[in-house]
Design a protein around this ligand. Structure first.
Ligand SMILES: [Zn+2]
Length: 254
């Protein structure tokens, strides 16, 4: 039985292009070109698992995972530039297939996480806490009471957290703990109960992540992305510092 190529409407095509930020995910070239006053398309919608695999392709991909049963489902489609599409299809290799499968899988996961995160509110005042850090001097080598802090963070981080991420969280707690705490105390004075509510909201977001059994590194990165969107913060490092504070102080990773 031969599968027919399905047509994708404008909304589906726009969705697929936005998943790859309008760039070829294999060579990073822009998927449009300009001639005169007009923009033209420089992409093709590629089937990740082939639409009608040849016998040798069925054997090559026999052990590979699939994104979905229906090969025409948009979840099995990815925009590629014309030359990458040609190279991807001919000849088809399990390694290249797996690479594109993983790219699409990660994109779909990110979209899913973003939709989930949008259902979790976070008080706007979190932006003030993050802004407070922009002028903060790091606390390196200060207060001896803080020497206990990184140890308890260490206890919470498990083996699924890569060492560089662990180090980043530890450093952020060591360097910014007092500043984040001061910002929350200041917030508490002007808006009693607000910092507790923020803590509960963070905890609730974390429990939702935990129920998905995601590894810690992924939970941390989703937590950072959520706080960043909610606070409209422009500096990633400040958001990471606040997220690390929550690991220390709001029963995240416990
Ligand atoms: Zn390309």
């Amino acid at each position: 039985m031969t599968n027919n190529r399905r047509a994708y409407n404008d909304a589906e095509t726009a969705g697929l292009l936005s998943q790859v930020n309008s760039r070829c995910p294999l060579c990073d070239c822009f998927l449009f070109y300009r001639k005169g006053q007009r923009q033209h398309k420089a992409y093709e919608l590629a089937h990740i698992y082939p639409l009608n695999p040849r016998p040798e392709e069925i054997i090559e991909l026999a052990k590979s995972p699939r994104l979905c049963v229906d090969v025409n489902d948009p979840d099995n489609i990815i925009p590629l530039c014309v030359s990458c599409h040609e190279r991807f299809d001919k000849p088809r290799t399990a390694g290249e297939y797996l690479n594109l499968y993983q790219l699409k899988f990660d994109t779909l996961q990110q979209e899913r996480q973003r939709s989930l995160a949008s259902q979790y509110p976070l008080e706007q005042q979190i932006a003030a806490v993050i802004a407070h850090l922009h002028d903060a001097e790091v606390d390196q080598g200060s207060s001896s009471a803080l020497s206990f802090t990184p140890k308890s963070v260490n206890d919470k981080l498990d083996a699924t957290m890569p060492p560089p991420t662990k180090q980043k969280v530890r450093n952020a707690v060591e360097d910014y703990f007092l500043h984040v705490q001061a910002a929350f105390l200041e917030l508490e004075r002007s808006d009693p109960g607000c910092s507790e509510q923020i803590c509960i909201q963070v905890r609730s977001f974390y429990v939702m992540q935990k129920r998905q059994r995601l590894p810690q590194a992924e939970v941390f990165s989703n937590l950072v992305a959520w706080i960043r969107v909610r606070s409209k913060a422009s500096t990633l490092e400040s958001v990471e510092a606040v997220a690390s504070f929550f690991i220390q102080n709001c029963e995240v990773f416990e």
